[in-house]
Design a protein around this ligand. Structure first.
Ligand code: FAD
Length: 426
């Protein structure tokens, strides 16, 4: 039986290990930490099992739903509540996030909900996109430069940046259009403008919402995958950091060498570096939040002139997910705020709790007292993995190659596992 080693037990490595064992390979999965799941993780706050990392997935390519089906979780797929998210401007005003966009890029720049956020003149500048020839900037793969050239600076900073900072933890200037919005440049060329391209992609998207979740949280995917690996006989080695890989096998940090016919790297081997994002979770008893004043949450456009508000985004988790709301007593709410780790580095847990409570009140437009807090938790995550350096004969998967997000990661794993299994058969 041909053998394979998969390094990294995040979603990429787990899906790859499952595909390969089902394809008849003898598979060993090697994970540095003491647990599987990587950036899909769970923590318990106020007795609630909550996602500590990824909490939803893009439905765009159907890849995650397909995996969930294979894992027997099809009936657990659930859309978020439909109220939608809000955007808070740098001046502190809050508006529902314009509905027709992709990554905040408006499909209709002069729509009333766009004008409400960025003002008439900035919307008019966005609309100029439709007068610029379709191929202008169509070779531009930098998202920031593309939007700036076609729609202007305010569309970029006021609409797109808050969305990408909330979703990808990166400014558009640091993002590749083809990774975060595959197909958008082609749609722009085909339709003659960026806004029409956005609209075409929105129209082509599967009906319903752009994201979904799993009842019980995304961690249910990891539990189901772990069960399958056990059932199908994958050898899982935890607490085994890998130091080096080549086409014939891997060398662990402790010097042990493992050999295999196929080697798959589902992580960057470079050290993760210091934390990049800090999540502050608050469980509060606050009847003022029962009406979900800001829908499913708030993305924040930050301005250096207004440093007092530091959260990048807030998710009102109990307003977003009905399955979670069903688990809490009346008037109890789960709020998740994200912060730049650099800003939070020197901040104690007690200080972060105070800041998160103040930010939550400001973002949700209600006064939240210290007495309302039932529980608080802090979780830190490193930046998305960087692209690993190529090694001959080694297959690379995961967010370092595919880009962040479960839809992108799983789609890429499925391509690579298919290729590898074809090669084994040949
Ligand atoms: C806070 C947060 C929220 C997010 N929210 C969402 C969301 O809502 N929706 C969405 O689609 N995406 C979201 N993402 C992104 C998504 O979680 C990731 O893109 C995805 O989970 C990456 O999976 P992966 O398997 O490629 O990498 P990882 O999950 O990073 O897994 C890599 C694994 O490799 C292990 N490893 C590292 N080095 C070694 C080594 N030397 N030897 C052995 N093992 C090693 C790690 O311990 C880890 O388990 C979020 C990310 C974060 C941080």
């Amino acid at each position: 039986m041909p053998s394979a080693i998969v390094v990294g037990g995040g979603i990429a490595g787990l899906v790859m290990a499952r595909d390969l064992v089902l394809g008849g390979l003898d598979v060993t999965l090697i994970e540095a930490s003491g647990h599987l799941g990587g950036k899909i993780a769970r923590h318990t706050v106020a007795g609630l099992a909550l996602d500590a990392g990824a909490e939803s997935f893009a439905t765009r390519r159907n890849t995650v739903a397909e995996l969930a089906r294979q894992l027997g979780l099809e009936s657990e797929i659930t859309p978020p509540n439909p109220q939608g998210a809000w955007l808070q401007t740098a001046e502190g005003r809050a508006y529902p996030l314009p509905r027709t966009g992709i990554l905040g890029i408006p499909g209709t720049p002069l729509a009333a909900d766009v004008i409400a956020v960025i003002g008439f003149w900035a919307s008019l500048r966005g609309q100029l996109d439709q007068l610029i020839l379709g191929f202008a900037a169509s070779k531009e793969r930098n998202l920031g430069r593309l939007v700036r050239r076609r729609m202007g600076r305010r569309v970029l900073e006021r609409l797109v940046a808050p969305v990408t900072l909330g979703i990808h933890s990166r400014h558009p200037d640091e993002l590749d259009v083809d990774v975060v919005a595959p197909g958008l440049r082609a749609a722009m060329l085909a339709t003659g403008s960026l806004s029409h391209g956005v609209r075409r992609m929105r129209d082509a998207a599967p009906a319903g919402t752009a994201v979904s979740g799993i009842v019980g949280g995304m961690y249910c995917l990891i539990e189901a995958l772990t069960r399958d690996l056990e059932r199908f006989g994958v050898t899982v080695r935890l607490n085994s950091p890998v130091a080096a890989v080549d086409a014939s096998g891997v060398t662990l940090v402790d010097g042990e060498v493992l050999e295999a016919d196929y080697v798959v790297l589902a992580t960057s081997l470079r050290p993760a570096g210091s934390a990049a994002i800090v999540l502050a979770t608050l469980v509060v008893d606050a009847p003022e939040l029962d009406a979900a004043p800001r829908g499913t949450g708030v993305l924040v456009a930050r301005d250096p002139m207004h440093p007092e508000l530091r959260a990048k985004a807030l998710t009102h988790a109990t307003a977003k997910w009905s399955w979670l709301a069903a688990q809490v007593p009346p008037h109890r709410h789960v709020l998740r705020l994200s912060y730049d780790a650099a800003a939070a580095a020197a901040v104690s847990d007690a200080q972060l709790r105070g800041t998160a409570l103040r930010d939550a009140g400001a973002l949700l437009g209600v006064a939240l007292s210290e007495a309302s807090v039932v529980a608080f938790a802090r979780v830190e995550w490193s930046a998305p993995s960087s692209r690993p350096e190529a090694v001959d004969g080694v297959i690379f998967i995961g967010e370092g190659v595919a880009g962040t997000g479960l839809a992108a990661v799983i789609a890429q794993v499925r391509v690579e596992s298919g290729r590898l299994l074809e090669e084994v058969e040949a």
